[in-house]
Every structure is written in C-alpha cells, then in structure tokens.
Design a binder for this molecule. Sequence first.
Ligand SMILES: [Zn+2]
Length: 475
Amino acid sequence: MKSFFQLILMFAVAVWARVRERYFSRERILKIRDKKLRRLIKYAFRKSPLYRKLYQNIDISKAKLTDLPTVNKEYLLKHLPDSLTIRGISRDEIVLFAHDPDSVGKYFKNRYVLSTTSGTTGIIGYFLMSQWQWIVQKGVEFARLLKHRLSFPYVYKYTVRTKLRWAMIVASEGHYITYLLARLTPKQAFYLSDIRIFSITKPMNKMVEELNEFQPHYVHSYPTFLEALAYEKLAGRLKIDVDFMSSGSEPFSDHAREVIKKAFKDVEIVETYGTTEAICLANQCRYQKMHINEDYVLIEAVDDENRPVSDGVASKKVLITNFINKLQPLIRYELRDSVVIDRNYKCECGSPFAVIEVQGRSDDTFYLMTKEGHFRAFPPIPFEALFLRIKGLRQYQLIHEEQNHLLVRYIAQDSKENERIEKEIRERFAEFFKDTDVADNITVTIEESGEITRPPTHQKVRQIFSRVKPPPNII
Ligand SMILES: [Zn+2]
C-alpha cells in the first residue's frame, strides 16, 4: 500500500514539475526558489547540530545566502551524524550498511536511502535521504528528463500500447545513485515499465547479446559507452532501435553524438547533470541546452575562494543547495565542477530556468585491436568501475601507452597493501577482458606510483587516458 502511494506521489510531483517548467514565469520560479531556500535554512538551523553550530553567530532571518559559510564533503563526513536533522543514527551504522554488499539496493533501516560517492578521490561520501524525499526527487528527475515527451501521446504509447522497456547501463556494484534510481522504485512502477539494469563491467559481446534480447526503447548510460554501443550497431552486431537516450557523468563529444545519430537514426539524446548529493541539478532540453532545476536546487558558480563569478565565466567550483533533501541538508555544498551559467538566455524551448554548461570529466575511450586487426571501443567508465571495488586504493591512473599496451599507476592508502592491490587489479583486468576478442592481444603493466598529479589545464586528475590516436576505421 505504501508503495502505491509513493507511485501516486511520484507522478503527482512529475506532473507538477512539468507544469512549472512549461507555464511558470522566471519571476515566479525565483520566488518559489527563495521561499524554499529560506525554509531549508531555518529547518537545518533548528534540526541539525552541524548547521546550528555553523550559523550560531548569524542572524539567519536576515542573512543573504552569500553570508552563510560553505560546507564540503570532508566537513560533512567529520560530523556525519550531526549533519542529519534526525537523531539516533550513528556513523558506524551508516558505514556498516554502506560497505555491506548484501545491502545494495535496499533501504537503510527500511526507511532511508543511503548513497555513496566513489572512493577514487580518496574520500567516500555518505548521503542519506528519507524515502519520501527520494520519491519526490525521482518524480522531479522523471519530469525534467522527459520534458516535452511527458505528453499524453507519449505516455499513451508507452503504457497502454506497449510497456516501456528501459535499459540502465550503469555501475551496479555499490550504493551508486544511478543504480539506486533504477532499483529503489515503487514496485507498481514495474507494471507500467520494464526497467532492467545492466552492469557496466559486463563484456561488450555479452552486453550486445542481452540488449538484443531485451530490445529497449530507452537507454541510459554514459556518453562514451553509448558511443561504443553505436559502433556495435554500425557493425551489425547490436540489433536494437532506440527512441531515447540519456546520459550523465561525462560530457558528450560532438564526435560521439555524430556516431550515435548515424547508428540510431531517430534517437533523441539528452544529457543530465546530477551528482550523488543532488541528482536533479540540470537537464537538457530538445535544443541541447542544459537547464538548472531552479525550483529544486540552487547552483552558485564560484572561484577558488568561493566568490561568485559572473555569468558567462567558467567557475572553478560550484556550490549547491538541494531543497529536496531535508534529512541531510546540503546548503552551499562545494563541488569541484567547472560550470558556466547564463541566467539571461532565452531558450527556444521556453523554459524559465537558467542555462548551464558543465565542463565535466574528460576520460578517453581506448580502441584496442583484435588479432585479426579489427578495432573495438572500450569506454572509460567500465574501467573505472573495476577500480572502484578495490579496497585500500587511494588513487589510480590508467593509460593506453601504446597500441594494446595498458599501464596502471596506483597509490595505496597503506603501502603494505601493495601486493594485494596489484594482484586484485591484475585479476579484475583479466576477468574483464576474458570474454572479449582482444583478450589474447593485450598487455597490462601495473606499477606503484609515488604521485599522481593533475595536469595544469585540468580541474581533475585525468584518470583514464590514451596516448594512442583513435584509428580511422573503428568497426
Ligand atoms: Zn531549452
């Protein structure tokens, strides 16, 4: 019964979110935003010991947003139980649940959603949200992802005429948000659509086989992975027709879009900007502009010192405030993303929301050669997923040094663990390549590295990159 009400709530939120974007003026949206912001600040101050302490010398009824101190992942981690607006949850309970493989895809204490960020930067973040807030978030994401497609003919087509088959190709071995998004859904939703989760680390030939069998209408994955699927389709191995594709976590290259459009003729592609801390940051419209969901989040583009940068200027960081999560409020929470915001852009789609461009990560796809001389695309995210599961790994870098020769550089949290970590990396790679047709044609070198630094031109360490030029003919 509870899940039935959740489903109703999810659709109601989705309809409301769609109505706002379609019919509300920018002024009205900003009023809603400011009201929600005030309410969240007051609530956090009243209920969370962390924010009470942080704002103790500030008159929060008068303060401007920029008067409030910022928070970050490290700070929140240090005061984890105090960052919550409910008492009685300990750090140990959270950590234990987060690291128990059997708890993945389940509700924490049967009522909270616990998600973690990847540990590859050294620090794992834990984020909690109530089940009802989670449902609201899903409703918003649903409406803002589908946008104009959330119309009567579309809904009719994919509920009454045929059940929407929805493939999520994501990292599925931890409490990762995209996976939870597919998994923690009111169960009645599965009568309306068939959502299937495919693990990103599955070998491509197996993936192709399973997708051919499933025949999805809609695929969500990472741009580089969608591009790799397009090569499979052009080569005639992948036999699916897709209506709609969405992607997150990486920017789309023009080349990837081109290849995908060539392979999947009428497909519509949209990008999303979301993080574990706030899934619904921004979604792309049909004119390829990313709109900030300003009635649910507030994004400030700032420099290194957290001072605001002007519209049109690339930021060094962003500060996000998420209005949906009241269990663990995030107010002016720092993210290491570089964005460009334009508040005055009048988009053809008519959205009242500001436009944002995100300069995301830029990892490379590796083009590895079979013994017969054919090239196969290996996108970066499955490699990343291989590293995510290795305990005690502080940092890594994967480099395609020369054609079919890979180099792994890593730093362990404790150098006494080097041997075990190396062995695990070697095993994971062997397992990953085992069923592919490049398996007998590649070499992998693994070496402990003193330091892995980011190049001066990049915000983040380039974790997965190629020194080998892509071949002219990939199929
Ligand atoms: Zn637009």
